[in-house]
Design a binder for this molecule. Structure first.
Ligand SMILES: Cc1cc2nc3c(=O)[nH]c(=O)nc-3n(C[C@H](O)[C@H](O)[C@H](O)COP(=O)(O)OP(=O)(O)OC[C@H]3O[C@@H](n4cnc5c(N)ncnc54)[C@H](O)[C@@H]3O)c2cc1C
Ligand code: SF4
Length: 570
């Protein structure tokens, strides 16, 4: 039996950064909001005195239970896709705050070039710079239009940074808090990159350099540089997450509630409107319908696309004809870099998730690509996140992989190894897409999402170029031995790379080439909004969440307006 609940103004599917921001902004505007979250509640107190690397970093305690729901994967259409049975290449979130609970906190604004990438690339390099197999397109909004929302996200989150990057878009205000501490390791990178003619600056960080109270009155503490940040919750309340900022803000209005263990399996649609969602209580197995005036999908890239697909909303992308938009332009990132082995000992075990220095000289179109066989680039950073003993075992090339020499080298190099790496942009390709798997279902009987993905020639060329640049920086930093990253081969879903998945539900100004409009309102259902990195028409050279946050604030403004006036927002 399915129980139909009382109608609300807004329901969000998932309560991470996207769901939290939409929840807070709509509740502040007087709308009654319910957040449906398939995971459990959690908060700062749950992480007190538990720096358990095995539990959180190796066993993924805070993340999605793949025994209940996963995705299937293949490199190309000729292969049979198989289920991802262990977390690997990326880590899917679950529970209050989503992946934001255990993120590092690198908080970027995508470059002005990113939002108008097709127009600007064609203008400067001609229409044939890339083959037509690359589905490059503008996002339908400009950086300048998004700037107020970036500003709002950063002020809400208290981001620590310095306005010293000559390449990023114009900012209306400086960072709310000063940059984090510049450690001797970061100074080494600063000196080397400056000597090579680059412009280093402190990485914008959501691990706060000092205590901060945001415009909504939420207080954050100062980071303790504890080194157990990425994949861990913060026991000090010093890492900005949705559950210490926007979610309490929403709750204080009296207009907001979260229902836990609520796994949404369908978005219900009649005519050109949605009527609500169907969910299963994962503890009791009971089914519910939650009617709502507005439905907002904030369940991350994968589930936003999957829910639209299983609900039959929008036209599926067909790689043979190029028709359809749902599932199109899936993007990932490439990670060029280099490791250096030094003689001197360094305090690598101290750190924070987003303690780092970056150069942007090799990102976006910040350098001339006329004679290069790729477009775009990467932000290149050194980060000092705190090297933990189980996962980190850096060894110079040709070291035996067992025995006394292995042990000796392992202990010696633990505090004498540094890495630099890039977040390399990914340009969408017609063969990289999301769809529904025809064979496998999740524990609730819903088909699994299928990922078809491989690195492209553009990716390989970009990776090669930036790996060489990284090795040169590492040499300049004084490493005794420099080990450049391996050349890019086929995409492998097993080793961890990055949780920066994008696309599948892309935004745009044209309904024929995008799933949602520039306010993230679905083209085929005016009261359905889809929010997250799935909206990105390509993946840029940074971590995504700053841009997700800005898009979410813009969408929230649109939802409040829609709730008053109805109709299309564009
Ligand atoms: C280890 C790690 C480090 C990272 N570091 C950074 C970083 O430094 N900088 C950066 O920019 N980004 C980083 N990211 C990425 C960042 O965490 C995500 O971009 C961000 O959290 C996405 O927010 P979201 O709200 O779109 O999705 P999520 O945070 O994934 O939240 C989605 C929520 O929806 C829920 N949900 C899903 N499906 C359903 C359903 N059917 N029914 C109900 N609920 C559902 C999930 O349980 C989850 O809680 C990192 C990610 C990881 C894993
Ligand atoms: S490094 Fe800082 S922000 Fe991260 S978990 Fe530790 S104290 Fe919190």
């Amino acid at each position: 039996m399915v129980t139909t609940l009382e109608k609300v103004d807004v329901v969000t599917v998932g309560v991470g950064w996207g769901g939290g921001i939409i929840g807070a902004e709509c509740a502040k505007a007087g709308l009654k909001v319910i957040g449906l979250e398939r995971g459990k509640s959690r908060g700062t107190a749950d992480f007190s005195l538990i720096h358990d690397e095995f539990r959180y970093a190796m066993r993924y305690d805070l993340m999605q239970n793949l025994a209940k729901e996963t995705i299937t994967f293949r490199n190309d259409r000729k292969m049979r896709a198989l289920p991802m049975r262990q977390m690997g290449s990326f880590l899917l979130g679950e529970g209050l705050g989503g992946s934001g609970t255990h993120w590092n906190g690198h908080t970027w604004r995508f470059l002005p070039y990113d939002f108008e990438i097709k127009t600007l690339t064609d203008e400067k390099y001609g229409k044939d710079k890339l083959s037509s197999d690359y589905l490059l397109q503008d996002w339908g909004v400009t950086y300048d239009e998004l700037e107020p929302y970036f500003d709002k996200f950063e002020k809400m989150a208290g981001i620590s940074g310095e306005d010293k990057n000559p390449f990023w878009g114009k900012r209306t205000s400086d960072f709310p808090t000063p940059p984090m501490k510049k450690t001797p390791i970061l100074k080494k990178f600063e000196t080397a990159t400056s000597k090579l003619g680059y412009t280093p600056f402190m990485l914008p960080s959501a691990n706060l350099s000092e205590a901060y109270t945001n415009p909504d009155g939420e207080s954050l503490a100062q980071c303790q540089y504890c080194g157990f940040c990425e994949r861990f919750g913060c026991e000090y309340g010093a890492k900005t997450t949705a559950e210490v900022t926007v979610i309490p803000t929403a709750q204080k209005t009296g207009n907001y509630d979260v229902r836990f263990h609520a796994n949404v399996v369908e978005v219900m649609k009649t005519g050109n409107k949605v009527t609500g969602v169907k969910y299963i209580d994962t503890q009791t197995g009971e089914e519910f319908i939650q009617p709502a005036e507005v439905v907002v999908l904030t369940s991350y890239v994968m589930n936003n696309a999957k829910l639209l697909m299983v609900s039959g909303i929008g036209e599926m992308y067909d790689p043979d004809t190029g028709r359809g938009t749902l599932g199109k332009n899936y993007g990932y990132q490439i990670l060029p870099g280099a490791t250096g082995f030094f003689d001197e000992q360094m305090n690598v075990f101290m750190g924070a998730g987003s303690l780092g220095m970056t150069i942007d000289d090799l990102n976006g179109d910040n350098f001339d690509h006329t004679d290069l066989d790729f477009i775009h680039g990467a932000s290149m950073s050194i980060t000092q996140t705190g090297v933990r003993p189980i996962a980190s075992n850096p060894l110079p090339p040709d070291t035996p992989v067992w025995g006394s020499e292995f042990k000796k080298q392992s202990i010696y190099n633990y505090t004498r190894t540094l890495s630099i790496g890039g977040q390399g942009a990914s340009i969408p390709h017609k063969e990289n897409f999301l769809s529904l798997d025809p064979n496998y279902k999740d524990a609730y009987g819903v088909p699994l999402l299928q990922l078809t993905y491989n690195f492209t020639e553009q990716d390989r060329n970009l990776h090669k170029y930036l790996t060489e640049k990284s090795a040169a920086i590492m040499k300049e930093m004084g490493a005794k031995t420099v080990m450049p990253g391996n050349p890019l081969t086929n995409y492998d879903i097993v080793p961890y790379q990055t949780t920066h998945n994008t696309g599948g539900t892309i935004m745009g100004a044209d309904r024929d080439t995008s799933v949602v409009n520039t306010q993230l309102q679905h083209w085929d259902a005016e009261n359905l909004f889809v929010v997250g990195a799935g909206n990105f028409a390509h993946n840029g050279g940074y971590n995504p969440t700053g841009t997700v946050g800005a898009l979410a604030y813009r969408a929230a403004e649109g939802i409040v307006k829609y709730s008053k006036n109805g109709g299309s927002l564009v």
